[in-house]
Design a protein around this ligand. Structure first.
Ligand SMILES: C[S@@+](CC[C@H](N)C(=O)[O-])C[C@H]1O[C@@H](n2cnc3c(N)ncnc32)[C@H](O)[C@@H]1O
Length: 294
């Protein structure tokens, strides 16, 4: 790969997915894109770049998807899910007691382990949520990972990563070598393809946003831009949950860390008083909520 080809791909990826590659990641591009180029009948990266320049949209999607890192597992890092159970949901239950609804957005849900971990956590709360409208929206840039998330089918290896055995037995059905999460849990998640670089105001506002292990791949300016737009989508008393290597500190004051709750942030009052759009009209009830209704 020539230096101009590498520079073209760096800019292409920054523009299309936010991925910020340093100057020395040629090996990463080659390991992920050479197989893709060969599969497309191209001779190498140079050919691939030419096709991209010509605007082949199928290839654009494949290149962007091939360069995303989709690593995830059930109850990843554990602590955010402890916070969800012990801090976030008790507050939400109190604050939303009158309207009995909770909206949760998993902003880079990958193959589904994160949104399903949230869905299982909610189911484990039992009667506390009876009669509540519960929405979990899982979005991701990659259509491929969303399809896997929708299917909810995982290998033995995947269910052994982070998932307590009692939850596996309770919520999954084994078919041959794979495990599928039960239809009730699957129905709790709405899946949508969404690029965080693009406008997401149409999703409405949320009580809780999980946006974990995706902003680490972006440059500072992109992170700030996304944080500021996320601040408009979270309720004034809602929560933002970030990954272990991510923080708003030093980037924006639209959120503040919650002391002694690593990874948990609240929107700042100044922001709530600012240009926050009105709470989105509640969408119609869907089958997704059926599992949690009385
Ligand atoms: C490392 S995974 C994290 C999954 C999960 N949040 C977790 O913490 O386990 C990152 C996910 O972000 C998605 N992603 C990358 N760039 C994105 C973008 N610009 N908009 C939306 N999702 C993106 C990838 O497709 C991938 O599924």
């Amino acid at each position: 790969m020539t230096p101009p080809e590498y520079e073209y791909l760096r800019k292409f990826l920054r523009d299309h997915s936010g991925l910020d590659l340093s100057a020395d990641k040629q090996y990463l591009i080659e390991s992920r894109l050479l197989p893709l180029a060969r599969k497309a009948g191209l001779s190498g990266i140079g050919d691939l770049v030419q096709k991209l320049q010509a605007g082949s949209s199928a290839l654009i999607t494949s290149v962007v998807e091939a360069m995303t890192t989709n690593e995830t597992f059930f109850f990843r890092d554990k602590v955010p899910f402890d916070h969800f159970r012990e801090t976030i949901m008790p507050e939400v239950l109190k604050a939303r007691a009158a309207r009995r609804s909770v909206r949760i957005w998993c902003a880079a849900g990958s193959t589904g382990q994160e949104p399903y971990s949230l869905a299982m956590s909610l189911k484990e709360m039992g009667a506390a949520l009876t009669g509540w409208r519960v929405e979990i929206i899982a979005t991701d840039l990659s259509q491929e990972v969303l399809e896997k998330s929708k299917a909810g089918i995982y290998s033995q290896f995947e269910v052994q990563r982070g998932l307590p055995i009692q939850l596996l037995v309770k919520y999954f059905k084994q078919t041959g070598e794979t495990w599928q999460i039960n239809p009730e849990l699957r129905a709790m998640i709405q899946h949508r393809q969404l690029n965080l670089l693009h406008d997401f105001s149409q999703l409405g506002t949320f009580d809780v946003i999980f946006c974990r292990n995706v902003l680490i791949y972006f440059d500072q300016e992109t992170k700030i831009n996304i944080f500021n737009r996320l601040a408009r989508q979270v309720e004034g008393d809602g929560f933002l949950v970030l990954g272990a290597a991510e923080t708003v500190v030093g980037l924006t004051d639209t959120f503040r860390p919650i002391p002694e709750r690593r990874g948990l942030y609240k929107p700042n009052d100044a922001r709530s008083a600012g240009a926050k759009p009105a709470i989105a009209a509640a969408p119609p009830r869907t089958a997704a909520m059926a599992g949690l209704r009385a």
